[in-house]
Design a binder for this molecule. Sequence first.
Ligand code: SAH
Ligand code: MG
Length: 191
Amino acid sequence: MINEIEKYAKDNNIPIMLKDGIEFLEEYIKKNNIKKILEIGSAIGYSAIKMALVSDDIRVTTIEKDKIRYEQAVYNISKLNLNTRIKIINEDALNINLTDEYDLIFIDAAKSQYINFFKMFSKNLKDNGVIISDNLNFHGYVNNVEQIKNRNLRQLVRKINEYINFLKNNEEFSTIFLNIGDGIGISKQKK
Ligand code: SAH
Ligand code: MG
């Protein structure tokens, strides 16, 4: 079933996490005993499912604004019998107000909104929690902004650079950047 989801994503150009990125995330969840996860950007449920499968006592809340992807995610989640442990919300994450607190917040939605997601959801982080952000290399473009011919793409990559600077200069959080998958940031509250 996981293979089928990977194939569906590939055939339909759905940008699910790259193999070494998701493996890193699974390891991180195991090592740090993470139990309660919030994900921004479910797509078809792939990463939410992979994270939930790390251990039986993990719970994931995941948000997806696109109706078709949401429905595909619901289908995949129920195929794997994970309905009780993965809660999926069909909404724009920027219009949601959650009150729960999480061990891990995984940001993997619209790259232009990362600063907003971070600011909005950091209040939902437990004291020792972590915010992980995906696609900080943006397919290798991030270090070559001026060479990008397409205007929209250039704008998007600039946004990611702004986010990286926002993390680097953050007073409350310190971030390490890893060259895994498409580039991952791991942000923790400063003590
Ligand atoms: N985490 C997934 C991939 C997510 S792709 C995986 O690895 O399996 C990014 C998704 O974020 C897209 O499906 C897109 O529709 C969704 N998205 C973008 N902006 C969003 C927003 N503001 N709120 C909710 N979902 C959003
Ligand atoms: Mg991603």
